[in-house]
Design a binder for this molecule. Structure first.
Ligand code: AMP
Length: 418
């Protein structure tokens, strides 16, 4: 079933969204991209005359806590939807079931953070650090067992299930995948966002126009190793940017001062360089850096060669030569995947490199390239620079996008297709 084919009139839809938005210390939403991305789906349901039970997670709570309560987003959700939103402060409580049962066409109920329950993820909590393997196994079995009841109860609130949470599609959680089995094929579907995400991934996996360039930034090689290895089988150019640069630089014998580095990944970096060479992939590393004498926006700064960073200094952004080097490769590309910033873009004085990459991606897109930007920080980056409108697609998924690009079957997608 597709969402366009489905008529929600008189139906209650359980919609799993990804409202895991960043909040500041006063609980203001600092980037509402993920919420806005779910609006077409939610609005279609309301326009049809359906009602909605919204399920989401926020952060990584270990149990109920004010910090990760979805109550903080109600007001903004009401503004985006243009209608009032009811709230159930316990997704398993009496109140939630009552409110869901009483929903009338056009009404919306937001459930409290699903991850307040360990059953959502199906992982045991509160295990003693010195728990034995037996105890761990028993705890896991127990939560898997209670997860069935949890999932069934969520499903019982609604007549149909819509998954629009691409951000968690790579997790086989209760509300993202397991719940789907309580609905037959005609009553479960992707939301519009999920449909778009799946299509965009398909473009960079199966409909590649060459040259294909991937730009991998961010802080650590270790968190991106699988995707880098996989991309080496697909791309023509692989640009390494951001903090992970320095692990490569050090592995190649360069001086990196205090720059972020994973010393246990030096061999891995060399191995990746060799693999790239063997596969004929042009792996592009930074040649210069904007360095700082402390990890702060107000630090003293200067530019230097990437492998000649003085003691006491650290690279927090790429330098102008690298910007040009990267931009030339990007502008000559026909398919582009960008994940991760080129520097500490949260500090205004170290945004230049990420902005330059973004602008090159926009220019390539103007010239006909398909560009997919994904990963939480990359999204914040293109939004910060006002470049989102100039790229082909901004994915809302970080890990999910990367796993999809790795070619893995995502449980959230499989559960709908089954
Ligand atoms: P990731 O979550 O791995 O995509 O990494 C994103 C983070 O990497 C952002 O918070 C950046 O501030 C950080 N980052 C990028 N470049 C650097 C760098 N040169 N030094 C330290 N952190 C960096």
């Amino acid at each position: 079933m597709t969402i366009d084919q489905f008529n929600f009139a008189g139906k209650k839809a359980f919609v799993r969204v990804d409202f895991n938005v960043p909040l500041d210390e006063n609980f203001n939403i600092t980037d509402d991209t993920r919420m806005r991305a779910a609006m077409p789906t939610l609005k279609k349901i309301l326009a049809d005359g359906g009602s909605i039970i919204i399920g989401s997670h926020l952060g990584r709570p270990k149990g109920p806590t004010d910090k990760f309560s979805l109550k903080h987003i109600i007001k903004h959700l009401e503004e985006l939807l243009g209608t009032s939103v009811q709230f159930a402060d316990d997704c398993m409580g009496e109140d939630a079931a009552k409110k869901a049962a009483a929903l009338k066409p056009g009404e919306v109920l937001l459930l409290e953070n699903l991850r307040f329950y360990a059953e959502e993820e199906g992982k045991p909590r509160g295990l003693a650090e010195d728990a034995s393997d037996e105890e761990k196994k028993a705890a896991k079995a127990a939560v898997k067992e209670s997860q069935k009841e949890f999932t069934k109860k969520l499903a019982s609130y609604a007549d149909c299930y819509v998954n629009d949470a691409f951000g968690t599609a790579h997790r086989a959680h209760a509300s993202t995948a397991l719940i789907a089995k309580y609905f037959d094929k005609d009553n479960k579907m992707f939301g519009y966002l999920m449909e778009k995400e799946v299509k965009a991934v398909d473009k960079v996996l199966n409909d590649i126009h060459r040259p294909f360039t991937a730009i991998m930034g961010g802080s650590k090689v270790s968190s991106k190793i699988d995707i880098i290895e996989n991309l080496l089988n697909k791309v023509d150019n692989l640009i390494i940017a951001g903090g992970m640069t320095y692990t490569f630089t050090k592995a190649l014998g360069g001086k990196i001062g205090l720059s972020i580095c994973e010393d246990d990944k030096l061999d891995l970096a060399l191995d990746l360089l060799k693999k790239a060479k063997d596969k004929g992939v042009n792996l592009v590393l930074a040649v210069d850096a904007k360095i700082a004498d402390s990890f702060s926006n107000d630090a003293n700064t200067k530019f230097c060669k990437v492998n000649e960073i003085p003691d006491g200094w650290e690279g927090l952004d790429i330098g102008p030569e690298t910007e040009k080097l990267f931009a030339d490769v990007i502008k000559g590309s026909k398919t582009i995947l960008w994940n991760g910033p080129a520097g500490v873009f949260e500090f205004d004085n170290f945004t230049h490199g990420s902005r330059a990459i973004g602008e090159a991606v926009v220019e390539a897109t103007k010239n006909g390239a398909f560009s997919l930007v994904g990963g939480g920080d990359s999204v914040a980056c293109v939004n910060k620079f006002g470049l989102a409108g100039g790229v082909s697609y901004v994915s809302t998924g970080g890990g999910a996008l990367l796993e999809a690009i790795e070619g893995k079957v995502l449980p959230g997608i499989a559960a709908i297709n089954e």
